[in-house]
Design a protein around this ligand. Structure first.
Ligand code: ZN
Length: 416
């Protein structure tokens, strides 16, 4: 006789549909959910509500990461952690990273319904500011947790609206004075497994709905400031201009050309995806252009080499136009090789349902990459039929979303 209602068994497709109205971006299309803005706070409220419906213990740490713990009687020792992030790039897709958080909560609900008795706790994480869309530093929540980033540097961050990181934290009830290395939280986890929508298109040609990650390319972001002289677009003779837009154009061209030149050996990618033009008038020569260079390659030294070549080109273009060039590194993430033993154990758990799941590298950064330097970490990818990500066009078939939950549940069952 049960007078207590059993926790619900959740469905990932239904949960994603529930999240769809939150942060829908009418200008860019897709979704914009940035650290502690209204949309992100609505996502976080959903996380709390859903985790509490499963009777999980929900906490928010000093770095604004959320945690939901299932520790039934008998579950002891360091936890198996799983999850992802609920923030997005500007105008991003629906699955990067809600799919990982949703799948984790759904997998836990399913294990509960099956009567699984975990030998150790399972913790579902929602990492703050994974995309770095508000303050420019990706994986901010996990980097703070891991002690991988200087806290004074973080407290000095300012978003594009002029709001400082401490102000944004305070507005959401957090104290930026308390951020930083969380050794207790870190040591409370035995391992971390992140499920994520595939970024790129490797699984579809192989005919597999899920795959495992082998490695993450080394990658980083650089902010390039080009300073010229603002002037009139009609009255200023061409020969006397110092137009930073020309230098910016050279930067965009160089990024592609230099990356293409080394791609076959080093899997290099270089992208300028964000540009700010001051003053930004159609009849004014710009006085300053700020652009962001994203560069990635197989190994750390390949990225450094690639960026040095591109910066050399930008500086040469700057000299030719009489513009000043300054370059600041916003982030750098070394190459990540995921834990082979853990990945093998997960592959074995997947085998009965999925056969020999492919193992694929990824060019995208993840909190699992940050954590992998501190505890055994692994990733599961769910097939993305077109490979498109960081775009409203990102997607996965409903049956693949559910297959991802099956895979994660099988892994969590085996690991606990
Ligand atoms: Zn992501």
């Amino acid at each position: 006789m049960a007078d207590v209602q059993a926790p619900p068994v959740l469905d990932a497709v239904a949960a994603l549909a529930e999240l769809a109205p939150i942060g829908a971006d009418p200008v860019r299309g897709g979704w914009s959910r940035h650290l502690l803005d209204d949309a992100d706070r609505a996502m976080r409220a959903w996380f709390v509500r859903t985790a509490e419906s499963l009777e999980l213990t929900v906490e928010t740490d000093a770095n604004a990461n959320q945690w939901a713990t299932w520790a039934p009687h008998g579950a002891t020792g360091p936890a198996v952690a799983t999850g992802s992030h609920l923030d997005s790039v500007p105008g991003g897709g629906p699955l990067d990273g809600p799919l990982g958080v949703v799948s984790a909560l759904v997998a836990v609900s399913r294990l509960m319904a099956e009567g699984h008795t975990p030998s150790r706790p399972i913790v579902v994480a929602n990492f703050a500011e994974e995309e770095g869309a508000r303050f420019g530093v990706p994986c901010l929540g996990s980097q703070l947790l891991a002690g991988d980033i200087d806290t004074d540097r973080v407290r000095a961050l300012v978003d594009t609206a002029g709001v400082t990181y401490p102000e944004a934290m305070a507005a959401a009830g957090h104290d930026a004075a308390a951020i930083g290395h969380d050794a207790a939280r870190l040591s409370s986890m035995a391992l971390y497994l992140e499920l994520h929508v595939e970024q790129g298109c490797q699984l579809a040609p192989l005919g597999h709905p899920v795959g495992l990650a082998t490695s993450i390319l080394a990658h980083g972001r650089w902010r390039v400031t080009l300073t010229g002289r603002g002037d009139h677009a009609g009255a200023t003779e061409l020969g006397s201009r110092h137009d930073p837009m020309l230098v910016a154009a050279a930067a965009v061209q160089s990024a592609r050309a230099r990356a293409v030149g080394s791609d076959p050996v080093t899997r290099s990618r270089a992208t300028v995806g964000k540009l700010q033009v001051v003053p930004g008038g159609s009849n004014a020569i710009a006085s300053e252009v700020r652009l962001w260079l994203d560069a990635r390659a197989e190994h750390d030294a390949d990225v450094r080499d690639l960026v040095a070549r591109i910066v050399g080109d930008i500086e040469a273009a700057g000299r030719a136009e009489g513009c000043e060039v300054t370059v600041a590194e916003e982030s750098f993430s070394t190459r990540v090789a995921f834990d082979g033993d853990l990945t093998d154990r997960i592959a074995a758990a997947l085998e009965p349902r999925f056969g020999d799941a492919p193992r694929i590298p990824t060019g995208a950064g993840h909190d699992a990459g940050i954590l992998s330097a501190h505890l055994p970490s692994a990733m599961l990818f769910v097939r993305n039929p077109d490979g498109v990500s960081h775009s409203p066009l990102e997607g996965a078939a409903d049956e693949d979303v559910r297959a991802g939950v099956d895979a994660l549940a099988a892994a969590l069952r085996a690991l606990t």
